[in-house]
Ligand binder design. Structure first.
Ligand code: SF4
Length: 268
């Protein structure tokens, strides 16, 4: 996107937002993945490990490991075909979605928040208790920490970024998302990415990183480098909820943000 277009967009003067119709054509692997998501038998994602430690730099809180309550056993999930919808229709589809068991326990879906025309796309894990109540991702203390990190990076959370989760409904008790739940919801994330067409993706936490990069490698091995999600640069960092409990890793998260800024400038 040109600087002129960005300025127009940022100031709300640009043309009405519309997805580029040829986006999937330019990203054939994404189309293949979207089509894969439309098939009835999702490939289960493997479980994942945990994260490393070190010293702070941004706001604060208390310690705890970002680990893994295992999801309960479950019947196979039927995945409905998900054609590329316009943004509002997509949001409505998600709000009414019953593609996995999480629809039975959610209060509200958390589709995303921020500017759908933003050049930064942040992807986290799943709604928590506050997000489930408010229908927005990254509210509460984790959201405040993320907002502080964005502000420290010169990014406005409502203008410069769009924030979404890998899955749109809260897993009961804040357990980790199950592989079939991630698979059932993945088509929505693909569509969000296709619409937003971000310049950079910041994957927050191991579920987002492992899902997008299709790997089981721990987050400690994925940080510190510029990955590619299709042709989009992708940086891996810790989830803010994890940082609230592991203050020493805030310094690493800040390093990740600096790396993301450099990658963004290189690709802007
Ligand atoms: S988590 Fe995703 S797939 Fe499951 S019910 Fe919610 S919106 Fe649908």
């Amino acid at each position: 996107m040109s600087r002129h277009a960005l300025l127009q967009q940022t100031m709300g003067l640009g043309p009405s937002w519309q997805p580029r119709g040829d986006w999937f054509a330019q990203h054939p692997a994404m189309l293949a993945r979207a089509e894969q998501m439309a098939k009835p038998a999702p490939a289960p994602l493997a479980p994942s490990p945990s994260m490393p430690p070190e010293p702070p730099a941004i706001p604060s809180a208390q310690p705890m490991p970002e680990t893994a309550a295992t999801a309960p056993a479950h019947p196979p999930v039927s995945i409905s075909p998900i054609p590329l919808q316009d943004w509002n229709a997509l949001e409505q589809t998600v709000a009414a979605c019953q593609n996995c068991r999480l629809c039975q326990t959610r209060t509200r879906t958390a589709f995303g928040r921020g500017n759908p025309k933003a050049r930064w796309l942040l992807i986290g894990e799943a709604p928590g208790e506050n997000e489930d109540k408010q229908g927005l991702p990254f509210v509460g203390r984790a959201g405040q920490l993320l907002d502080n990190m964005l502000a420290a990076s010169g990014l406005d959370r409502d203008r410069d970024v769009y924030i979404a989760n890998v899955i749109k409904c809260r897993p009961p008790g804040n357990r980790n998302p199950a592989a079939d739940e991630i698979a059932a919801c993945h088509g929505y994330l693909l569509q969000q990415i296709a619409h937003i067409q971000p310049t950079l993706i910041l994957a927050l936490g191991r579920f987002a990183a492992q899902t997008l990069l299709e790997t089981e490698r721990p987050i400690g091995q994925l940080r510190g480098k510029v990955h590619r999600y299709q042709d989009i640069p992708l940086i891996v960092s810790y989830h803010p909820a994890y940082l609230l409990r592991n203050q020493p890793d805030k310094a690493k998260a800040w390093q990740d943000m600096l790396l993301a800024q450099r990658a963004f400038r290189q690709h802007a």
